[in-house]
Design a protein around this ligand. Structure first.
Ligand code: GLA
Length: 730
């Protein structure tokens, strides 16, 4: 064979090898298949239920991309702006010479354990993009992220840097999004996705999820349903700006692009640096969102949530009871109330700090984390000691990323604050009128000195008070007046570097104080992402604790979040609802109180004490990821949810009547997740003092089969009635 023929032969073998290059990524029930096409481009050939015979992978065809016959064959796994695919790209890069694109070709891949890594490279420019896929087989969750590396000398900018692109083919697509606002978190809304794009994104920087939350569901072939149908459920783990783009192309293929929001964030990537995108997590359920939620909750409990296996503390918070109006005497009396109630911890909220500018309302003091001397003359150590003497743990509120202009910190370090500079080039001079959200500004976490300061807020408190068990870390403002004095001309990096700065602080906190419980709070549920919860043990779902609203908010968060992480407090919101109803709603999450106990009747107080005992007895079932949402508040005037222990021996049903219609026909509620053949005793618990259960199923024994096929009556025709029902295997 001549040298030329040999080369040709090698070429043929290589081409065959490349065209046959198949990468299969599987969980117990899902399979994602990627193939390298004849042009060395990585394409998705399958995403769906796991195929039984792996030999079938060779049958998978390379679908046509949506444009003309001249375009590349296949649906590219990581399409780049400026190449043949004219739809929403995942990646955009501007090279030092101004060339605005790259062509990414397959170089290699490796699979180790649960992680798959595919390296792509531009043949003309020193740019390498590595796609990562990590599977959680049992939980059926796939995690995706990307690393981008460039070795050019000049300035190279990333215009887009998504974590994931997924393609679907179905007759229809229906999106469920989670619209939000202060006190209106997680409002589920559905719509059909037609040709074109629908974007769900945030650009608020900090308090990033105030207007919309980083979760979505897509019903494939019809609207997402609870127990039937194919549904994609996804979330971005990023405590900052996110973006999901849902695009139906001309072939009716749905393209789902997920990542950090690139909007207003053209990122300068230095030579040799690696840009790691956020993590995108998804599950594909063939049995509706119920199954997807159980998978996500289990995954959070097994792999993601900070201290997921550890206990949680019930607590009494003083915010809605005292607001800023407290002193030592009042607080010590509240420690006594916490003890009497039977909760584990007292949480001191906003208003304990600042001297030159005391924090007596929300206009001053943020940033000055020294105790207000004339309010609390004996400092935090005295409070911790007194709480201990009263038999409760002590926790404290901080908002360390923020500053009031009226503070010593703002006077001392104006360059630590994100704030538009005075104009230098226009000739007009001067500064723009700053925009204050809740009278405050955001510290520049891009700056390592600021990161030290923010870490120092926690560290200072902990050094002085090693017995502090809990912190509520608040974040009440989005990033306003967007300009980082630290980044100077690289302003495109601010939104991303802010979050990285935050993570670097939280890493230090977690390393130094692994036993500290922390609540992620952001003016209610303005922060709620799954990566934030790697650092926080729980999050504040909403300032809105009206139990009716909470039924909806908790229904929404339960799509992805485990109950153990969802703080739910009994408060004064909606006094038309009884204490029992309010508590029974909060019982579903991580229970707490934010209420003056003196204002309650003896019976109400007694109810709370007994319910806390029941909560502590049953919390492992309450926090079980096996959630069955039986009756939706979105579909009528009732809400019923059920939790089941892993061994199916124990279950709790929570039933609520909101405002039933006159003469409404009440249906049995059919339970789920039980053992068909086992016998279960049904018992209503958490009754008001002296009351008997009037549920006809109370204290009866049924087979699991009966409970799941025939069901029992747990709803009523009266307003604001609730029942907590324990189901125990005999
Ligand atoms: C935010 C929180 C509240 C409370 C206040 C204090 O709004 O959501 O729970 O802590 O801040 O200022």
């Amino acid at each position: 064979m001549t040298k030329r023929a040999l080369l040709f032969f090698h070429f043929l073998i290589l081409s065959f090898f490349l065209s046959a290059q198949t990468i299969s990524i599987t969980t117990d029930h899902t399979q994602l298949v990627l193939k390298v096409n004849s042009q060395k481009r990585l394409c998705q050939t399958y995403l769906g239920e796991r195929l039984s015979a792996q030999t079938d992978l060779s049958q998978l065809n390379m679908p046509e991309a949506g444009l003309s016959s001249s375009c590349i064959k296949g649906l590219e796994a990581y399409p780049v702006m400026g190449t043949e695919d004219y739809y929403e790209p995942t990646f955009e890069i501007r090279h030092a010479d101004g060339n605005p694109t790259s062509v990414l070709k397959y170089v290699s891949h490796s699979q180790q354990g649960n992680e798959t890594k595919v390296v792509l490279r531009d043949e003309l420019y020193p740019v390498e993009v590595t796609l990562y896929y990590k599977v959680f087989p049992e939980e059926d969750i796939i995690q995706q992220w990307t690393e981008i590396k460039q070795e050019e000398k000049g300035k190279v900018y990333l215009g887009r840097y998504a974590s994931s692109m997924l393609y679907f083919e179905a007759p229809q697509y229906y999106l469920t999004e989670f619209a939000s606002d202060w006190a209106k978190e997680m409002q589920m809304q559905n719509q059909e996705l037609q040709f074109g794009k629908k974007v769900v994104d945030s650009r608020l920087g900090a308090r990033a999820n105030m207007m919309t939350q980083p979760f979505f569901e897509v019903g494939l072939g019809g609207p997402a349903r609870e127990n039937e149908g194919r549904v994609l459920m996804g979330t971005l783990g990023w405590t900052g700006n996110f973006r999901f783009t849902f695009e139906v192309d001309n072939q009716h293929v749905l393209r789902v692009v997920s990542g950090i929001n690139h909007d207003a964030s053209i990122y300068l990537l230095k030579k040799g640096d690696i840009f790691r995108t956020a993590d995108f997590f998804f599950t594909l359920s063939a049995n509706g969102v119920g199954e997807g939620s159980r998978r996500f909750q289990r995954w959070m409990m097994n792999h993601q949530l900070h201290k997921a296996k550890d206990d949680r503390m019930t607590l009494l918070n003083n915010w809605e009871n005292t607001y800023f109006d407290f002193d030592e005497e009042k607080l010590v009396a509240l420690f006594g109330e916490a003890k009497d109630l039977g909760v584990d911890l007292f949480l001191l909220d906003d208003g304990w700090f600042g001297n030159k500018y005391p924090r007596k309302d929300d206009h001053a003091g943020l940033g000055d984390w020294q105790v207000t001397k004339d309010k609390l003359p004996n400092g935090v150590p005295y409070l911790v000691k007194k709480a201990k003497e009263n038999g409760v743990n002590f926790g404290i509120w901080i908002e360390p990323e923020m500053v009031n202009p009226k503070s010593e910190l703002a006077e001392k370090h104006p360059d630590w604050i994100i704030m538009l500079p005075s104009s230098q080039s226009s000739g007009a001079g001067g500064t723009r009128e700053p925009y204050y959200f809740r009278n405050q500004l955001v510290l520049d976490l891009c700056n390592p000195q600021v990161q030290d300061f923010v870490f120092g807020v926690v560290d200072g408190l902990m050094q002085e008070n090693p017995d502090i068990k809990f912190m509520k870390w608040d974040c009440n403002s989005p990033i306003t007046n967007i300009y980082s004095p630290y980044l100077k001309e690289n302003q495109g990096n601010i939104y991303v570097d802010y979050v990285r700065g935050l993570y670097s602080v939280l890493d230090r906190v977690q390393t130094k104080y692994p036993d500290l419980y922390m609540m992620m709070c952001s003016g209610g549920g303005g922060r709620s992402d799954v990566t934030g919860l790697r650092y926080f043990t729980e999050f504040w779902c909403s300032d809105n604790t009206d139990p009716i609203e909470r039924l909806f908010i908790q229904w929404g968060y339960s799509q992805f979040m485990p109950a153990k992480a969802m703080c739910a407090h009994v408060t004064e919101w909606n006094r038309k609802a009884s204490i029992k109803f309010r508590l029974d709603v909060a019982f579903q999450g991580k229970l707490g109180f934010d209420i003056g106990l003196k204002g309650l009747s003896d019976d109400d107080r007694q109810y709370c004490r007994e319910a806390i005992k029941e909560y502590k007895r049953l919390k492992d079932v309450v926090w079980s990821p096996n959630l069955y949402r039986l009756v939706s508040p979105y579909e009528g005037q009732h809400c019923v949810v059920q939790r089941v222990s892993d061994d199916r021996s124990h279950s709790i049903v929570f039933a609520y009547d909101i405002h039933p219609r006159y003469g409404e026909r009440l249906l049995n509620t059919r339970l789920q997740g039980l053992d068909t053949d086992a016998k279960y005793r049904v018992k209503e618990i958490c009754l008001m003092p002296g009351r008997q259960s009037w549920l006809s199923c109370n204290n009866k024994v049924y087979t699991g089969d009966y409970l799941m096929k025939v069901g029992v009556k747990v709803t009523s025709a009266s307003d604001l009635v609730s029942h907590i029902i324990e189901i125990t295997k005999e």
